[in-house]
Design a protein around this ligand. Structure first.
Ligand code: ADP
Ligand code: GLC
Length: 475
């Protein structure tokens, strides 16, 4: 077995704000069958502390960025975790990143530098006799691990950094160097310096032995100025060490045949009952056109403003819209407003159960993201025969087979892709959607294809295991 320590700021089901948690929560289980033993280091947020069973202290820090801390080994929600219990950093209510005022905690750089410090320490010295061979960090919150690792003494594990979203660079003012325990001599363009500031992500991108991102298409996009967010030069520099490995979804949790949240089904015909139940729950009438659903964070990335623009086209075609999401207050308000139309239903908030019922009951799922490193909801859609209508970008490009004339002629399409990411192109996609929906034979064929498309973890787990193996052998 290859021993890997995963280091991330979220892990489902313990703490989740987005797909990152789904991935870090699913990987340990997925990798088990691929010869990898993965343990996960996670901050001791209140929800994590509450879920931790039979904890055993495996390391103590006298002073970890302003207070004492303990690493506790134990099990939580079926996961093998190492919890960084540092009350001065993590014993706070709510979201892992935001205070009650909805703003980032001012000490977020230190809070996640501490996570990285602990990760580096465990990488060098192990935990209770367990010594990882690879440190696998996720996003900027784990970025400083490779800065700290050489200062820890002990073993020198290999390192991987996975980019889930390059838009979050973990940047902060250069005056923070000392507080973040960074070596001033490494404040340069080959180190953690980023346009005159400090960036935790940049540090990891320069320091990790291997870089991955969550789809092959996003790996290519990252090397371009349009997607690299100022780090495209770094990505080009590290191109030889960068691989795109598609995320999977948890196909036990997302299985229309066993899902406890829904009226279950095994084939497209069975979806009718789930759709009727969804309409009843949301107070939507019967309709001639497709019932489109959205489950999403409401941010600029997700392109939901485009949906607001083209909604009249969908409604004129006899379609309907059901939305679940939260985030940007302006978008929330705008969507609430659209719900005045009897064919639109909007729920602002976070609701796992409703997310399953929407994806089961919808005819189509809309994901018009401006960029999307991988995206999970389009894969949930595929599994439930809910046709994805997606922007041609990132993982949305890699997981959906567009209903092009060629794909339709071969009978292999699973969804609809549009480009560029504009209201005009999305409008065109919805017109294509309504036309396909009106042709039951073609529509059912697409649904059958979608439901048969592999969206689980097995291939990607093998790809991660192979990467770890190469890194270990390569030394
Ligand atoms: P991102 O991580 O960028 O938000 P992903 O598609 O990778 O995008 O992952 C989003 C995850 O969060 C999915 O599991 C999705 O179902 C879930 N999700 C997003 N918004 C909500 C919500 N309002 N209620 C329930 N689940 C949500
Ligand atoms: C990020 C990305 C999303 C991806 C998720 C998990 O949140 O925005 O596209 O699916 O990470 O990798």
């Amino acid at each position: 077995m290859i021993r890997v320590l995963s280091v991330a700021s979220e892990i489902a089901p313990l703490v989740k704000t987005g797909g990152l948690a789904d991935v870090t929560g699913a990987l340990p289980g997925a990798l088990e069958g691929a010869g990898v033993q993965m343990r996960s280091l996670v901050p001791g947020y209140p929800a994590v502390m509450a879920a931790l069973a039979a904890p055993e202290a495996v390391h103590r820090f006298e002073d970890l960025f302003g207070g004492p801390a303990v690493v506790l080994a134990g099990r939580a929600a079926g996961l093998d975790v190492l919890v960084l219990d540092a009350p001065h950093l993590y014993a706070r209510p709510g979201n892992p990143y935001l205070g009650p005022d909805g703003r980032d905690w001012p000490d977020n750089p230190e809070r996640f530098a501490a996570l990285s410090w602990a990760g580096a320490h465990l990488g060098a010295h192990g935990a209770g006799g367990w010594q990882p061979q690879v440190l696998h960090g996720h996003d900027w919150q784990a970025g400083f691990m490779t800065e700290y690792l050489p200062r820890m003494g002990g073993a020198a594990p290999r390192s991987v950094l996975t980019i889930h979203n390059i838009a979050f660079t973990g940047a902060t003012d250069s005056g923070r160097m000392h507080a973040l325990r960074l070596d001033p001599a490494r404040f340069h363009s080959d180190g953690y310096e980023f346009w005159g500031a400090i960036s935790a992500l940049k540090a990891g991108l320069m320091g990790a032995d291997a870089l991955t991102t969550v789809s092959p298409r996003y790996a290519e996009e990252l090397m371009t100025p349009d997607f690299g967010m100022g780090l495209d030069g770094v990505m080009r520099h590290r191109q030889g060490d960068l691989t795109g490995i598609l995320n999977g979804i948890d196909d036990a949790v997302w299985d229309p045949a066993t899902d406890p949240e829904i009226t279950r089904f095994r084939d497209p015909a069975g979806k009718a009952a789930a759709r009727a139940a969804l309409r009843a729950e949301l107070g939507l009438p019967e309709a001639a056109g497709p019932l489109c659903v959205i489950v999403s964070r409401m941010t600029h990335q997700k392109g939901l403003d485009l949906v607001l623009e083209v909604l009249p086209t969908l409604l004129e075609a006899g379609g309907q819209l059901a939305v679940l999401g939260s985030g940007d207050p302006g978008l929330e308000q705008a969507f609430r407003h659209t719900a005045q139309d009897p064919n639109v239903a909007v729920r602002i908030g976070y609701d796992e159960g409703l997310s399953h019922r929407l994806i089961a009951g919808g005819d189509a799922i809309l994901v018009p993201s401006r960029f999307e490193p991988c995206g999970l909801t389009q894969m949930y859609g595929l599994r439930y025969g809910t046709i994805p209508v997606v922007a041609l970008t990132g993982g949305l490009a890699d997981t959906v087979i567009n209903a092009s004339p060629a794909a339709m002629a071969r009978g292999v399409a699973t969804g609809i892709q549009f480009a560029p990411v504009t209201a005009t192109a999305l409008r065109g996609a919805l017109i294509r959607l309504a036309a396909l929906f009106a042709e039951p034979r073609l529509w059912t064929r697409m649904q059958v294809n979608a439901m048969a498309h592999p969206v689980g973890w097995s291939q990607s787990a093998d790809a991660y295991a192979a990467l770890y193996g190469r890194l270990i052998q390569g030394r």
